[in-house]
Design a protein around this ligand. Structure first.
Ligand SMILES: NC(=O)c1ccc[n+]([C@@H]2O[C@H](COP(=O)([O-])OP(=O)(O)OC[C@H]3O[C@@H](n4cnc5c(N)ncnc54)[C@H](OP(=O)(O)O)[C@@H]3O)[C@@H](O)[C@H]2O)c1
Length: 256
């Protein structure tokens, strides 16, 4: 069984540990953030290495889960070997920025999301690799891309995922102003998005807009809501938000 190492056990590192632990994947964690890794070791039985060196010596696939500016430094000078996979999850950090630091291991970029904690992360990654795909399928679904530029675009869905919390919060907040209890409002707002997502995934040959047109009753409540969203350009603003996230990702790499 693939042994997974994690260098950088912060917020997202902890989400990866939690998800992988439910799939009984053996794990070895870097010792920094002693309190957090001790808690995770206690809860899930994963091992805490004495050093990042030991993580690399023992693991087959290693996540670099430090903050973007720390990725190359966190990998430098460790005993990488051929056959290992090194997966950076840092937003905006190109393969060129850390490939030489992890040679002769295979450098991979990926964008797992916090929902890896509950094994629901759709994870974009590049380059394709069977060991990495297996790990991503354990914590959700694996989505390989053909080149780094495509991966860069796909990685912006990591921000889009986070932005849907704001969207669901806005809708459920409106229902609360009309008297719904917060938990009931949130559950319904979130499950509606889940239901729409399930239909779209199930009908991948049809565009979301076609599916929307199918279900809209002329003169009905959806049509009226959509009129307001289109008149105020609320829908097209989503593309602008994603463009801004994409430009931010490009600037992270340039500033490094
Ligand atoms: N947050 C998300 O939802 C999300 C989603 C997808 C991808 N990402 C990516 O995941 C990465 C981590 O994000 P995060 O939100 O989890 O940040 P975070 O909570 O700050 O975690 C980063 C951790 O890495 C540790 N670290 C830094 N250098 C290290 C080293 N040389 N050895 C061992 N540990 C080291 C840091 O320790 P110190 O605090 O002591 O420096 C910190 O605990 C980022 O690159 C981000 O772009 C995050």
């Amino acid at each position: 069984m693939t042994c997974v190492g994690i260098i950088g056990v912060g917020y997202l590192g902890e989400c990866l540990v939690e998800g992988l632990a439910t799939t009984k994947t053996p794990m070895v964690l870097s010792p920094r953030n002693a309190e957090r890794v001790a808690r995770l070791a206690d809860r899930f039985g994963c091992e805490v290495a004495a050093s990042n060196n030991e993580v690399v010596e023992r693991a087959d696939l290693i996540f670099l889960a430090a903050r973007p500016g720390d990725i190359a430094a966190s990998a430098q000078g460790l005993p990488w070997r051929k056959g290992q996979r090194v997966v950076s999850i840092a937003a905006g950090i190109s393969l060129d920025s850390f490939r030489s630091a992890v040679a002769p291991a295979l450098a991979i970029r990926a964008m797992p999301i916090a929902a890896s904690r509950i094994c629901k992360s759709p994870t974009a990654f590049f380059p394709d690799d069977p060991m990495a795909a297996d790990i991503f399928n354990r914590i959700g679904t694996a989505h390989p891309f053909e080149d780094e530029a495509q991966f860069g675009t796909a990685s912006i869905f990591g921000a889009y995922y986070a932005l849907t919390y704001a969207f669901i919060g806005e809708a459920s907040g409106w229902a609360e102003t009309k008297g719904l209890k917060p938990v009931a409002a949130r559950q319904l707002a979130a499950r509606m998005v889940q239901a729409a997502a399930a239909v779209i995934i199930d009908s991948s040959d049809r565009s979301p807009r076609d599916l929307l047109d199918d279900l809209m009753t002329p003169g009905g409540i959806t049509e009226e809501g959509l009129r307001v969203l289109e008149e105020t350009q609320a829908i097209t603003q989503w593309s602008k938000a994603m463009e801004a996230s994409w430009e931010q990702a490009l600037s992270i790499d340039k500033s490094d």
